[in-house]
Design a protein around this ligand. Structure first.
Ligand code: NAD
Length: 396
């Protein structure tokens, strides 16, 4: 439907260290144009994912500078947060759409709100809503990361994953345990199985058992801890007693594995510790742990450091996996591009953003609009302390 007004959506070059993804791939340009949205691409934005300026231009996008994007764009499409230095370049009425982690860093969203920038974060999506699934970037990126975690583990492991029978002898298959079988964990199970490993999976949500077994893996059941299914399909945090029982019982299982891949997360909480120092000490030399939950707050495995590979005194390699999706940049960008395109089309009416937080999807993803933080969860994290002007950034 053509009304004369065409929106300008712009793709910026990502600035986080090691970030090789790009928010939109050339394939998406025509679809947006048909919907009345012109696409600007910052020169070099796709380089990290092997997508050249020429490929975007051929698809119908305009290749521009960052300054031109800040001047002309109605909507800025990004994977992660634009550099804080770029915030000062944005202006009222513009929107930023990306995975902006507003719950982890509400002040960043508040800074954008203060400039009158509309903030839309894909990580707030109500994921269980079936019409939201094409927009689910957390899922698409976790899938990519779960796949890569297995390749990282195989790269660090000194033996084969599959059973190999050759004239030079028989190699037994690797034993792989995946702790946390959400999106990333299930993809890790599938990938490890395809590489020929003998795989088991464990999760605190009993409903994941069928998913694990349907991938040909064994589901590990612990006698000492029951279900910890929480809200919205996520896990709840365990009590201290449950946590200790879980760690102790897991230790004997972990000791028998060649490779352990951990993915366990509880929304808004520090990742649970599943692989203790005792468990690591009980593993054989040459074993590998890939901790996908590694963070500055700690991860699922004792001693994992994000972005680092460490080898313990008893010869266990611990990989603190960090942003694995960015290390498979083309696949991750292709999927993300479909997610953000679906989101942008959902938000757009007649060549402009139509913000309506009465819509269930928008209520989750729209963080700031019209100079105010409108997302309740983020607003509550920005509760004014005494004498503070509030969360809308419009201090007077
Ligand atoms: P996540 O990244 O929050 O956590 C990863 C896994 O860790 C989860 O399966 C969780 O149960 C598990 N975990 C947490 N604490 C644990 C502990 N102490 N011990 C063992 N395991 C622990 O999860 P996710 O991958 O984002 O997915 C979470 C849920 O959301 C799953 O149920 C998934 O099926 C569901 N989901 C549904 C949809 C949909 O309906 N379309 C889309 C995406 C995800």
């Amino acid at each position: 439907m053509e009304t004369g007004r065409r929106m300008k959506a712009a793709v910026v070059k990502e600035t986080s260290p090691g970030e090789r993804r790009v928010a939109l791939v050339p394939d998406a340009v025509a679809k947006l144009q048909q919907a009345g949205i012109d696409v600007l691409v910052e020169s070099g934005a796709g380089d990290g994912a092997w997508l050249s300026d020429a490929a975007y231009a051929d698809a119908g996008a305009s290749i521009v500078s960052a300054a031109e994007i800040h001047r002309a764009a109605d909507v800025i499409l990004t994977v992660t947060r634009p550099h804080p230095d770029a915030v000062g370049e944005l202006r009222a009425g513009q929107a930023v759409v990306g995975m902006l982690s507003p719950l982890a860093d509400p002040e960043y969203a508040a800074a954008l709100a203060a400039r009158g920038v509309t903030v839309i974060s894909l990580d707030g999506l109500p994921r269980t809503l079936s019409r939201a699934q094409p927009m689910d970037a957390l899922t698409s990126q976790s899938n990519v990361a779960g796949y890569k975690a297995v390749l990282v583990a195989a790269g660090e492991f000194g033996r084969f994953f599959p059973l190999l029978i050759t004239a030079a002898g028989t190699a037994r298959p690797a034993k792989v345990l995946v702790l946390g079988t959400g999106v990333a964990g299930l993809q890790a199970i599938g990938t490890a199985r395809r590489l020929g490993a003998v795989v088991s999976g464990y999760d605190i949500r009993p409903s994941s058992k069928d998913e694990v077994t349907s991938l040909g893996a064994t589901f590990l059941e612990l006698a000492s801890v029951g279900s910890a299914a929480g809200e919205g399909g996520y896990a709840r945090e365990l009590t201290a007693e449950e946590r200790q029982a879980q760690q102790e019982e897991l230790t004997s299982h972990i000791a028998r594995q060649d490779v352990v891949i951990t993915t366990a997360q509880v929304p808004g909480r520090k990742p649970p510790l599943l692989v203790t120092e005792d468990a690591i000490k009980a593993m054989a030399p040459g074993s590998v742990i890939v901790d996908m939950a590694a963070s500055t707050l700690g991860g699922n495995a004792t001693g994992s450091v994000p972005g680092q590979v460490t080898v313990t005194g008893n010869g266990v390699t611990i990989v603190g996996a960090e942003n694995l999706a960015a290390t498979v940049p083309t696949a991750a960008s292709n999927a993300y591009s479909r997610n953000i395109t679906a989101m942008l089309l959902h938000l757009t009416r007649d060549g402009a953003l139509a913000i309506d937080t009465g819509d269930e999807i928008q209520a989750g993803v729209v963080i700031a609009h019209d100079g105010r933080i409108v997302h309740e969860g983020v607003a509550s994290l920005l509760q004014p302390v005494e004498g503070d002007p509030g969360v809308d950034g419009t201090a007077d």
